[in-house]
Design a protein around this ligand. Structure first.
Ligand SMILES: *Cc1c(COP(=O)(O)O)cnc(C)c1O
Length: 502
């Protein structure tokens, strides 16, 4: 086989030490089945603290809200409830709001975002959560509910979209709109929306403006933030008193540890699509690239799995970034106006907070003469959806202990290329559509551990097709030199329930 093209995961404690304990992981999977999700709730509190550290470094106040939609488990949310009061939660459904309240988050720490049905709006207003308004229509619905059911006056943020951005360096004067979004009110309609806020003043109190741009582009976010400052000024001129600018999520995660591996892999993927090297994907899948008569077309539809800066580091970069119009650093702009900063990271707060385990159930040749193997797992593509989210990163092979007789293993030595298939009776059920390089041939009974799946990849797309078992989820905490675990739903952030030990 050619040189293996690894995409080794970025691992930090405690995830790295958990993955080093193969006997513990095997005993959990033996007891609880495959697939199995493990969460490390202490790490999410640490991540929130790192975001708050960036605020402190820029002398900014305000809250960090976890975008609940990234993970539906109980332990991460309960652990955040026990964290600093400057940590909150962003809920995007009635179910998430009920879960946050039941987990101990007080309404002052809860923000309701996304499109909302009347029950969701009612419970948010009834309890005193902040409502991040998706549209003027939603504002009208909320105000009507508040009057009809004599609910308390409710804090609202205005979500804006369609900001203006320069189209590129050196093209001053040429303006384009930020990426289209189904959510928020277009910036050009701000005047009409503020008129509505004034009309509904008896029912709602405008506390700030918000955006969420699903991009990693700094320039686009810097432009949006500066334009939010301008809208805040307009609000003040109207006698409103907003204090908060909510810059949403999208801070990103670095999944692959080494830049070199990522660059090599994507270069070779392009070569494989062009046919100048053996295939790297199942049945010629190109991840957005295609070969048109020897020319590479399309663009790579993948998450940038290696990120030089992500999460809190990315927030720091954004705050130091010059505002496109005034040229001043964005943090300075916020400080001068005494505006609070709010952000809503989902993926980045769930970074390093969990992993998904799958049992190897079958290993056979692909039958393509390549020496590649087809490895079937006790999980399907819905149980572990990194691939579905465009994230390419290698799983870790955990051989079944005790180690097999070395003589028997002799033929297994050396790296292999494998395609990972799921447990559904469906051609399309592939855990990855690319060839994954493993350091040795896996055997039935081994485990594959997919690291860093807590953000969107462990439960967002899980289903019960074919009555295959849904993954159980457990919370794991460090207990001296060993680990303690409990079912996710039984975790509380107190000693004796899988929570802190001292
Ligand atoms: C999804 C979402 C987030 C979180 O996005 P990430 O990319 O996971 O950080 C934050 N705010 C809103 C409004 C969202 O819809």
């Amino acid at each position: 086989m050619r040189v293996p093209l690894y995409l080794q995961p970025r691992l930090e404690p405690p995830l790295s030490s958990l993955l080093a304990d193969a006997p513990f992981l095997h005993s959990l999977a033996d007891a609880l089945g495959s697939p199995l999700n493990l969460l490390l709730p202490d790490r999410i509190a640490e991540n929130a603290d790192r975001f708050r550290g960036v605020y402190r470094a820029h002398r900014l106040s305000g809250r960090v809200y976890f975008a609940h939609k990234a993970n539906r488990s109980g332990s991460l949310v309960r652990r955040l409830a026990a964290a600093d009061a400057a940590t909150g939660i962003d809920v995007a459904s009635l179910g998430e709001l009920r879960h946050a309240l039941a987990s101990g988050l007080t309404p002052d720490r809860i923000m309701a975002t996304g499109p909302k049905d009347p029950e969701f709006l009612w419970l948010a207003a009834r309890t005193g959560a902040t409502v991040n308004l998706d549209s003027p229509t939603e504002l009208g619905q909320l105000a009507d509910l508040i009057r009809k059911y004599t609910l308390p006056r409710t804090d609202v943020l205005l979500r804006l979209s369609a900001f203006e951005t320069a189209t590129g360096p050196g093209v001053s004067g040429v303006r384009a709109l930020s990426r289209p979004s189904r959510f928020g009110s277009p910036l050009r309609e701000t005047g009409a929306v503020l008129d509505a806020v004034e009309r509904h003043r008896d029912a709602v109190r405008l506390t700030g403006v918000a955006y969420h741009l699903d991009t990693t582009g700094l320039a686009e976010k810097a432009a949006a933030l500066e334009q939010c400052v301008a809208v805040m000024d307009e609000c003040r001129a109207r006698g409103l008193d907003p204090r908060v600018i909510d810059i949403g999520g999208g801070f990103g995660v670095g999944y692959v540890a080494e830049a070199g591996q990522w660059e090599r892999y994507t270069t070779e993927l392009a070569n494989a699509v062009l046919g100048t090297r053996p295939a790297l994907t199942w049945r010629g899948h190109g991840y957005g690239l295609r070969n048109e008569g020897g020319t590479l077309r399309g663009s790579l539809a993948l998450y940038p799995a290696h990120r030089p800066t992500a999460g809190p580091g990315y927030l720091g970069e954004l705050l130091s970034h010059p505002a496109p119009a005034s040229g001043r650093p964005l943090a300075t702009l916020l400080l001068e106006h005494l505006y609070d900063l709010v952000c809503e990271p989902g993926r980045a707060l769930a970074d390093q907070c969990g992993l998904s385990l799958a049992r190897v159930t079958d290993v056979r040749p692909t039958g393509h003469d390549s020496g590649d193997l087809l490895v079937r797992l006790g999980m399907n593509a819905g149980d572990m959806s990194l691939e579905e989210h465009g994230v390419l990163v290698d799983p870790i092979l955990l051989s079944r202990p005790p180690a097999v007789d070395p003589m028997e293993r002799a033929g297994d030595d050396g790296p292999v290329g494998v395609y990972l298939a799921g447990n559904l009776c469906l051609e399309a059920d592939l855990i990855t559509r690319r060839k994954v390089f493993l350091p040795r041939r896996p055997r039935p009974g081994d485990l594959l551990a997919f690291a860093n799946t807590a953000g969107y990849a462990m439960d967002f797309r899980a289903h019960r097709a074919q009555r295959q078992p849904a993954a159980r989820t457990v919370a794991v905490t460090r207990d001296g030199a060993s680990w303690r675990w409990c079912p996710d739903e039984d975790y509380w952030p107190i000693t004796g329930t899988g929570g802190p030990t001292s």
